[in-house]
Design a protein around this ligand. Sequence first.
Ligand SMILES: Nc1nc2c(ncn2[C@@H]2O[C@H](COP(=O)(O)OP(=O)(O)OP(=O)(O)O)[C@@H](O)[C@H]2O)c(=O)[nH]1
Length: 230
Amino acid sequence: MSYQFITSAKLPTRHGEFDIHIFENDAGQEHVMLTVGLSVAEQNTDAAAISSQNAPPLQKDETLVEQPIPLVRIHSECLTGDAFSSLKCDCGPQLNTAMQAIQETGYGAILYLRQEGRGIGLTNKIRAYALQDQGHDTLDANLMLGLPADARIYDMCGPMLAHVGVKAVKLITNNPDKVAYLAENGIEVVERVPLLVGVNDMNAEYLATKRDRMGHLLDKNINTAIHLNK
Ligand SMILES: Nc1nc2c(ncn2[C@@H]2O[C@H](COP(=O)(O)OP(=O)(O)OP(=O)(O)O)[C@@H](O)[C@H]2O)c(=O)[nH]1
């Protein structure tokens, strides 16, 4: 699958102003990147394309100040959590906290990947929720539908980060798959920043299942974690 940068613009939010960049894959699926303090890598700008046709290659400026490592969140789409403030998961609070943290550092990105429901899509996620209403956990519900526990891929992250010249990150996640993907694809994860926010009575079991059955790096005491509920 190949991924193409399409367009970008400014996006003011209640957390501060981001640049929003749209990428599309061969199937026309759109992925989104929000950035703060990151510039489009020189080889990706129109100016660079023109200058490379007409001028000798640019020499690296030895006097350039080294940039800090950007704070990055790879976030999979969750319509119910991100838009409707669902209490069944921690997605909305995670997104908001990450956006705020990245604004505070002034240097980073959110990669918002359109793989709803861990990649099984919205309709199947709601089918899985119906099974969860009957008492099944988040993993078994997917399996009972004949679907993988997690159908996501992270292939788009490399090209998206390359667009803004990012080769090393501080990654906000509890999911070891994301760390492994980046490491296997030449993006250094200098630090994993854990994120446990928005814990409530309705999602504590969901988080415990992700910890106990899906390998997520979450503390033993999810129930006693600070309830930020941002
Ligand atoms: N199938 C299914 N998907 C869910 C359920 N609850 C949330 N999701 C989806 O799970 C995904 C969560 O993705 P992320 O926010 O990237 O989080 P993560 O993979 O748990 O890893 P972190 O980086 O630690 O947050 C989103 O695509 C949600 O739509 C559920 O019960 N079933």
